[in-house]
Design a binder for this molecule. Sequence first.
Ligand SMILES: [Zn+2]
Ligand SMILES: [Zn+2]
Length: 137
Amino acid sequence: MDATRRTARRSTRQQRLVFEAVSTTRSHPTAEWVYEAVRRELPRVSLGTIYRNLQRLVEEGRLRSFERAGLTRYDADLELHDHFSCVRCGLLMDIPRAPEVLPAERRLRARGFAVEGRTLEFHGLCRKCRRGASSNG
Ligand SMILES: [Zn+2]
Ligand SMILES: [Zn+2]
């Protein structure tokens, strides 16, 4: 096998491992988390390679990415869904999206806006952090 084919094959494997790392957790991991997970399989992989593969997967539409508290988080669940984020521990939990149209969306449409999507995120304390908060105070 020539060097180009070897490189192509290696990058396919890297990309598959990166995708698996994101898609087998519901934690919406960061690039650093994915790096630690992939490193168990490919000890010599670099963080830059992880970033490039994540970026490519997002461009190919296989992953979604979004910013939370200055960090880029990745999500393999492409179905429309909303999130709850915990302001203390950073938990980002999926919430199935209710099918009904929100009143705000109805108002926008009535005013002539073409609504193409929405981002809805609840934030506060998760159950675990809430218990911690109440036992401290
Ligand atoms: Zn929490
Ligand atoms: Zn999600």
